[in-house]
Design a protein around this ligand. Sequence first.
Ligand SMILES: [Cu+2]
Length: 150
Amino acid sequence: MKFIAKTLALLSIAGLSLFIPTIASSADVTVDMLNKLEGETMVFSPKIVKVEVGDTVFWKSVDKGHNVSFMMKGGVPEGVEKFTSKISADAEYTFTIPGIYAYICVPHKSMGMIGFVIVGNDLSNLESIKSVKYIGKSKKIAESLIAQLN
Ligand SMILES: [Cu+2]
């Protein structure tokens, strides 16, 4: 009897662990565009988000003066078209092509305002992402974020 209870408990834990990530990663995600966060200035929060193919990421213009722009020179999967949002406005993008996307805020790219979206858990363009030319403070931040992608 004890064994059965234990087995059932294990099964339910295994079932949950399979179930929860699917729900969490298939939900649409919001990224805040901020002037300040915990000692940092000009930040996307969170800096890395993971979504499934077909999900939408919303960028909220919490503070004014920011935007979202894909890094087209090697920073997005092949076949992705240019995306640059208006400054000081909320933005959204629905991801249909899997892979890693690097993006910046155009006014603050040299101040380290950079973020990544990973779509469909696909890291196949990681080498390309590593070889992107990141500017100013974004270089160091990109390196530490890329180290967290694997
Ligand atoms: Cu900005």
